[in-house]
Design a protein around this ligand. Structure first.
Ligand SMILES: Cc1ncc(C[n+]2csc(CCOP(=O)(O)OP(=O)(O)O)c2C)c(N)n1
Ligand SMILES: [Mg+2]
Length: 586
């Protein structure tokens, strides 16, 4: 059921602007306020992915943006549709992800008069986005989308919001008729005044729409740090004996630049830790990449480059880097570059361009054998310790699955085109320690907001952004509760995600410390729920693993099923382990 393109209404102006920007998917949950956007989007060949929660739609848009570099788009209805997105929007803001949220709104003439789902939306959304555009005339719809998409990508990327009242979205004759009917046929002076007012209002809404909307794409330049900062950083790196680089999510803001960034890191020859969206940048095994004992390495380094990484709690507010070390911070945000610690050299601009520039300077690639081999040796020692954990007896022996050995197996079994999505507590923290992402942008986690519940939306977004890849959704049993109903979306849209639930019957990351410190597990206990049966109820494949010897076979079966186009949920009964002992979530 695809109606022809109807150029006459505002919904199509939005669809046209999106299409011109390379947007190919709108994530949504329907509502009367936004129907014309969805219908027009479909008519223009955009894929409309309808989810079961508006938060999922925004999480999916966020994942699309992160993996493609093109803003992800979600359209939600007025009022509760919009308020449901706030956590996901905040998550995108803190992850600096360019998401366009299009929100419906009550008709312009009825706002503030008790219309259905009419609330003052702007103050709710404004703190979480870079730009709010409240559109009041049809002719402004396309330009508002254009402007918002540019703002989302510019400087420090982030979410933006365009509010579209419903009377701007339908064709003019329908709306004029609607206003005529609303005005009634009364002959009293107030009745006639109301008619005059609404007539004038409608004329204003549609003024300037006789010319068709032609969409254009605004140029957004990538911010480049000054030559001086590059020169000073290159000189400091050349002098350093124990240089170290940490590359974080923001360095992948230009997703399509990832291969060039990987090449530049290799040319630079500086040992590197990858965090957030940068994980996987250098593939599974790269001689420069270190995985373990980052804190020790940072303490020992005499020159640290933080590329797209602020000194927040993850670097102990900057205390991980020695005071005497030269600290080079490359960041699109001047505030993030100086957060908690004034760097010796602040390179304000895109971190990936900065690394490329550094790698082209004379002296790049200087060998530092002793430093490299010390780091490598430590990395290897830790890997050996983890292997011992995977085989017990360090893990509490039990009948079920040891998470460490589970992820060792998954790392072996997952294909070369695997993409991992992490949503949960201890289960996914263990995963991040052990799994080796296969390539650039094959690891997705919520980011600094630490939001549980991103998983289903991220997995949907990832699967659509990367057709043909094998998307593994790594889900804590607690976290899975936010998104299980999206198995319905996966089935209806034929999106073959493999969700693996680490079923430890609890919110373990919280329980661990709560019990130790407060001697009570209240609020942290779940059941060994049959999540795989829930997935079957939605029409997906559900598999269960209770014993260690079943893991490999079932994971292989899950891959085969997903390869045939079926979404799969694997419910894995975990044993308790002390692997995450001592890590606190505050
Ligand atoms: C939206 C949200 N609510 C609550 C938390 C606090 N929190 C952090 S980890 C965690 C436990 C996660 O449990 P589960 O997903 O089962 O993973 P596990 O630690 O058991 O492996 C909770 C509740 C959070 N980060 N986000
Ligand atoms: Mg759990």
């Amino acid at each position: 059921m695809t109606p022809p393109i109807d150029h006459s209404h505002g919904g199509d102006r939005i669809a046209a602007a999106l299409h011109a920007h390379g947007v190919r998917t709108i994530f949504t949950l329907c509502g009367g306020h936004i129907s014309p956007i969805l219908v027009a989007g479909k008519a223009r060949g955009l894929r409309i992915v309808d989810t079961r929660d508006e938060a999922t739609a925004v999480f999916a848009a966020d994942a699309t943006a992160r993996l493609t570099g093109t803003p992800g788009v979600a359209a939600v209805t007025a009022g509760p549709g919009l308020t449901n997105t706030i956590t996901a929007l905040k998550n995108a803001q803190l992850a600096q992800s360019p998401v366009l949220l299009i929100g419906g709104a009550a008709p312009t003439a009825l706002q503030g008069r008790g219309a259905l789902q009419d609330i003052d939306q702007r103050p709710l959304i404004a703190p979480h986005v870079k730009l709010v555009r409240q559109v009041r005339r049809v002719k402004d719809l396309g330009p508002a989308v254009t402007e918002a998409l540019a703002a989302a990508r510019a400087g420090v990327p982030g979410p933006v919001f365009v509010e579209c009242p419903v009377d701007l979205l339908y064709e003019e004759a329908t709306i004029r008729q609607w206003y005529t009917d609303a005005a009634g046929k009364g002959t009293s002076v107030p009745d006639r005044l109301l008619r005059w007012y609404l007539n004038r209002h409608a004329a204003r809404l549609f003024s300037g729409t006789s010319r068709p909307f032609t969409s254009r794409v605004l140029d957004v330049s990538v911010p480049r740090s000054g030559e001086d900062a590059v020169a000073r950083a290159a000189e400091a790196l050349n002098k350093a004996e124990r240089p170290l680089m940490v590359i974080g999510s923001q360095a992948l803001a230009q997703a399509t630049n990832a291969p060039r960034l990987a090449g530049a890191v290799t040319r630079l020859g500086v040992p590197v830790y990858l965090s957030g969206m940068a994980r996987g940048l250098l593939g599974r095994d790269h001689p420069l990449q270190m995985r373990h004992e980052r804190r020790k390495a940072l303490r020992e380094s005499d020159c640290v480059v933080l590329a797209g990484v602020p000194c927040d709690f993850r670097l102990d507010y900057g205390k991980h880097v020695k005071r005497q070390a030269t600290l080079i911070a490359a960041n699109r945000s001047a505030k993030d570059a100086r957060l908690n610690r004034t760097p010796t050299i602040a390179a304000i601009g895109d971190a990936s361009l900065f690394i490329e520039q550094l790698s082209e300077r004379p002296g790049a690639g200087k060998p530092r054998e002793a430093w490299m081999s010390a780091l490598r040796e430590r990395d290897q020692t830790r890997e050996t310790e983890i292997d011992a954990r995977a085989q017990g007896p360090a893990a509490t022996p039990g009948d079920h699955v040891n998470p460490v050995s589970f992820f060792r197996t998954l790392d072996r079994v997952a294909g070369d085109h695997a993409c991992f999505v992490a949503d949960g507590g201890d289960f996914v923290a263990t995963a991040s320690y052990i799994l080796r992402p296969r390539g650039p942008l094959t690891w997705l986690d919520p980011g600094v907001f630490g939001t549980l519940g991103v998983g289903a939306g991220f997995a949907i977004g990832a699967a659509l952004a990367r057709p043909g890849s094998e998307v593994w959704l790594l889900w804590g049993d607690g976290a899975s509760g936010y998104g299980l109903a999206e198995f319905d979306t996966l089935v209806r849209h034929g999106i073959p995600v493999i969700a693996v639930i680490g079923n430890d019957a609890g919110w373990t990351q919280i329980a661990r410390e709560q019990v130790k410190m407060l001697h009570d597990d209240v609020g942290t206990v779940l059941a060994r729920t049959a999540y795989h049966e829930v997935a079957r109820g939605f029409g997906a494949e559900g598999l269960e693993v209770r014993r260690p010897d079943e893991v490999e076979g079932i994971l292989q079966r899950a891959r085969t099923l997903a390869a045939s186009g079926r979404p799969v949920l694997v419910n894995v009964w975990l044993d308790r382990t002390d692997f995450r002992e001592g890590s606190i979530s505050m």
